[in-house]
Design a protein. Structure first.
Length: 265
């Protein structure tokens, strides 16, 4: 059955979720709160402020505003939140305890971390449920996030820092890889437009292959690598001391540490 949903904030991620809900039929008559919404699908009700949404509010609310805006949003939402409501948050760094402090200790809250491939229905969202969330509410949250990609659950909320570092921020690392691969191609003599085309297609195609094959990434890598060949020569650099694996571990550690700092305020 389609859910009635109140979407507070309709930026890039909120808009991606909204489009996914409408295309899948997961949501019925969504209401959007955003003072400057962009590219809203036809037929969506939009108001500039929560105060303009008539009572009763939908039983499912998704918070998609920037984390720094939540302090201003939560008091007004708490005052009007239905007793059986589910609140889903995609705000990075904002913990279940922070959200419960703003909405009340008994509020049913699911904290999530989606990523930007949700814009094309290929996202991955990791969810963590608060103590008051029922089985039905958990299923509701999962169905809404599945409208834009895959979903996984964690019980240990502290893992959200690593999730943010790997998955939430991860698309930026992949885009950087495309940039770097294209620049290396230019340095090797390729015309820039061809180098960029090759880099984009190679990364996109390899990601698609990895997603559809049951083989491990290590096996897929080995399948491309002939002993003593060109790929082996490149991997000797990328997998050597201080290479890509070490660099990625340092990068993820830095992102996770920053996530912890933001959570502490």
């Amino acid at each position: 059955m389609a859910e009635r949903v109140l979407l507070i904030g309709c930026g890039r991620m909120g808009g991606s979720l909204l489009r996914g809900w409408l295309e899948s039929g997961a949501v019925d008559r969504p209401v959007v709160v955003d003072p400057v919404p962009a590219n809203l699908p036809a037929g969506v009700s939009v108001v500039p402020e929560l105060a303009h949404v008539p009572d009763p509010l939908p039983n499912t609310v998704l918070l998609a505003v920037k984390p720094q805006m939540l302090d201003a949003v939560l008091p007004g939402l708490k005052a009007r939140l239905p007793e059986s409501a589910l609140v889903i948050s995609i705000a990075a760094g904002k913990t279940l305890s922070y959200l419960a402090a703003g909405l009340g200790a008994g509020a049913a809250i699911v904290r999530t971390m989606p990523n930007t491939p949700a814009a094309i229905g290929r996202g991955f969202t990791v969810c963590c449920a608060g103590a008051a969330v029922t089985r039905h509410q958990r299923d509701t949250a999962e169905s809404l996030m599945k409208a834009v990609g895959q979903v996984a659950w964690i019980e240990d909320e502290s893992l959200m820092h690593a999730v943010t570092a790997v998955s939430g921020s991860g698309p930026a690392y992949v885009f950087l890889l495309i940039e770097a691969l294209a620049e290396a191609g230019v340095a090797a003599g390729l015309p820039r437009d061809l180098a960029e085309m090759l880099a984009r297609a190679t990364v996109a195609g390899s990601g698609e292959l990895a997603g559809k094959m049951s083989d491990s990434p290590a096996k897929l890598r080995a399948d491309v690598t002939s002993p003593g060949g060109t790929t082996a020569a490149a991997l000797a650099i990328l997998m050597g001391e201080g290479g890509l694996e070490d660099l990625m571990k340092r990068a993820i550690a830095a992102a996770a540490a920053r996530s912890e700092e933001l959570a502490r305020g």
